[in-house]
Structure formats: C-alpha cells, structure tokens
Design a protein. Structure first.
Length: 229
C-alpha cells in the first residue's frame, strides 16, 4: 500500500472516534476545487510512508486510537486496499473509508467482508452537473450503484457535498437531497480554499447563505445538516 501521508490524530475525520488518517495518491476525478491537488496530480512526488512504519505507529497507539480513516486521492484505486484494511482490522481497530463511489464492486466487496465500519461518499453535484464538477466527460453510472450499495449494506455511512459558489446552486443541492432521499445522513460543507487546488477562482457561500441552502435541502431530506459552520 502506497501511503502518501499520515495525520497521526484526528477527532474530526471519523465521527465520534479518535482516529488517525491515511492518505493515498491518485484519483480518477479531476474536481477543479479539489483541496488535495498534489495527491491527485503529483502523487509520485510525495514522500511515501512505509507500511512497516505505519503499523509500528499503530502498535504504539494501541488502546488509544479507535480507528483509521483511509482517504485520498481515491483509495479504491489501490489494488492492495483490501489487504491493508485486513491488517488494520486484525489490530482491533475500526476503519472509515472515504470514496468518490466510482468502484461500486470494490465497495460492495469490502462491505460484504465486514472490512469497513463507516463509509463517507462524496456527492459532487446534481446529475446534470456531475461531470463538470468532477472534471470528467460524462455522469458515471457507478456513482448511482455505490449510493444504493452504501445505503443497503454499510454499517454506518454518510453522503456529503462540498458546496462551491461557482459550481452549485441551491436548486442543485435540493436535487441531490431528492436523489439520495433514502439516506440517513447527508452533510453540506462550505468550500474552503486549501491553497492546493487543481484550479483557482472558487469561493464559498456565506454562513447565512449556507443556512438558507440547508433549509432548501431539508425539504427533500430532513436529515441534512451543515458541517463546519
């Protein structure tokens, strides 16, 4: 497993858990507002952390950490993801997986084998604007499949959308909420410029505007909440 980064402790990435976060490199999307552009476009330049060093760190934190978050890039691109997760689970730790949902078969296999305890899937935009928001040519049908798999099989999960003023309208968010109306958890988070984006020129809605968008979404999906505001 090629580990491109490690956040040793986080209280934010894994809801209600103390965890560490592993970053993988590479992604099949090119979201222009991506906040980890270096991991998407220049993953080969990032210094790798060996599995041995990572699991040595985990052994030292035994009894302190609840779990491990695996994010990217897009983790499901990694051919040895399943073996990596198995090693984490053998230590008695929980696993959270972040994904863009383009490899539903991999997601389903991990869930069927009981290897993922929490899964967070990004919903990039409404279907009509998905491709431009993800930086690809067409809407990926795999996303629809992953949504259904996660709703029906994941022990716990969330869907989430990063709301960008230049890419999302309130109606887009309402359409997403209607699309995933059977989900139990949907988060809206305002765009934040990380300084490491694929393209520049993006901005966020204000806190008051995000509250207005929240109310529009809740008419379709009452469990929608704001994160980070």
């Amino acid at each position: 497993m090629k580990i491109k980064g490690l956040q040793k402790t986080t209280l934010l990435d894994f809801p209600e858990k103390l965890a560490c976060t592993v970053f993988t490199g590479g992604c099949n999307f090119r979201c222009p507002f991506c906040h980890n552009a270096s991991l998407v476009l220049r993953a080969g330049e990032a210094q790798e952390i060996s599995e041995a060093d990572f699991f040595n760190y985990l052994s030292k934190r035994k009894g302190m950490l609840d779990g491990v978050c695996i994010t990217g890039g897009e983790p499901t691109l990694c051919p040895d993801l399943e073996d990596f997760i198995k090693k984490i689970k053998e230590l008695g730790l929980l696993v959270k997986l972040d994904t863009n949902g383009t490899f539903p078969e991999k997601i389903e296999s991990l869930l069927d084998k009981g290897l993922v305890d929490y899964i967070a899937m990004d919903i990039k935009n409404s279907k009509s604007k998905y491709a431009v928001t993800a930086g690809i040519s067409d809407f990926p049908d795999a996303v629809e499949k992953s949504i259904n798999i996660i709703i029906n099989k994941a022990p716990d999960y969330e869907f989430r959308t990063t709301v960008v003023r230049e890419l999302h309208t309130p109606q887009d968010i309402a359409e997403i909420a209607k699309w995933i109306r059977n989900s139990k958890k949907y988060f809206l988070q305002a765009y934040v410029d990380s300084g490491d984006t694929i393209e520049s020129g993006f901005s966020s809605y204000s806190a008051s505007e995000m509250l207005e968008i929240l109310e529009i979404a809740k008419k379709e999906l009452p469990v929608t909440v704001l994160r980070g505001i």
